[in-house]
Design a protein around this ligand. Structure first.
Ligand code: KIV
Length: 289
């Protein structure tokens, strides 16, 4: 779909669209958004799905990792995205400790994403250990996207943001996890930072679509953090990110120009100011004499 497609010919993307795209061999596109304006821009391009990722903790809220992000943070940002996007499938990312402590927590918190925040589905991290939670959430009528490989909420357990599934043993376990998540009812699975060959194999073995990030070209779809793609987050850039613009640098330049023009009284010029009729001005001055 081109960036100029009119809304008249567009349909809301659903989990059914995901299934059909995999069946037809069509690539699924996904990006993150955390606010109204970005959601509007992403949705206008015809991107299939928007993930309100807990990556917002790092790229919007300035935390070191995603662990401090709360349900309230997620609901707040999901609501803004839902106001901006009409067509993309909207997926809310379940934050750390919103689904790990009990299945009941998992179902209740997943429900909030649909009931309060306008999302169409939720995503949560983990393999076989999430089987029961996923089954119960799906049983409540809530579509679930899985997420395996590098799962940032387990950064301390993984010993850092490092590639996963690199040995035959780790790759076998990851493939088993993918099959368990499919069996549990996930409509799709994110594969993060794993060897491209492993991602290809997993994608071939599964009936549901895989969405890759740092997982090579043979996944059924791709996702990136929009702030990375736009060059808005300059703290670090993972190897798998392609930077399509340098908006942080452009922001710094635009703001510096504004500052210089304000200090030099170049801004605001007449073009950006309002006039008063001469007789009103005369009357005003007279009133204060
Ligand atoms: O939080 C996020 O943005 C994610 C994507 C990187 C898949 O989980």
């Amino acid at each position: 779909m081109s960036s100029t497609n009119s809304s008249a010919e567009r349909k809301k993307i659903t989990t059914h669209t995901y299934r059909m795209k995999k069946k037809r061999g069509e690539i699924i596109t996904m990006l993150t958004a955390y606010d109204y304006g970005t959601a509007l821009a992403v949705d206008r391009t015809g991107i299939d799905s928007i993930l309100v990722g807990d990556s917002l903790g790092m790229v919007v809220l300035g935390y070191e990792n995603t662990l401090p992000v709360t349900m309230n943070d997620m609901i707040h940002h999901c609501k803004a995205v839902a106001r901006g996007a009409k067509y993309a499938l909207l997926i809310g990312d379940m934050p750390f400790m919103s689904y790990q402590a009990s299945v009941e927590d998992a179902v209740r918190n997943a429900g909030r994403f649909l009931q309060e925040a306008g999302m169409d589905a939720v995503k949560l991290e983990g393999g076989r250990e999430r089987k029961e939670a996923i089954e119960q959430i799906v049983g409540a009528g809530i579509p679930v996207m899985g997420h395996i490989g590098l799962t940032p909420q387990s950064v301390h357990q993984l010993g850092g943001f490092r590639a996963q599934g690199k040995s035959a043993k780790a790759g076998t376990r990851l493939l088993e996890d993918a099959l368990i998540l499919q069996e549990a009812g996930c409509f799709s699975i994110v594969l993060e930072t794993i060897p491209a060959q492993l991602a290809k194999l997993v994608s071939e073995k599964l009936d549901i679509p895989t969405i890759g990030i740092g997982a090579g070209v043979d996944c059924d779809g791709q996702v990136l953090v929009t702030h990375d793609l736009l060059g808005l987050f300059d703290r670090f850039t993972p190897k798998f990110v392609k930077t399509y613009a340098h908006l942080h640098q452009e922001m710094v330049e635009a703001i510096s120009t504004y500052k210089a023009e304000v200090e030099g009284k170049e801004f605001p010029s007449d073009e950006h100011s309002f006039d008063m009729a001469k007789e009103d001005l005369d009357a005003l001055v007279k009133a204060f004499e």
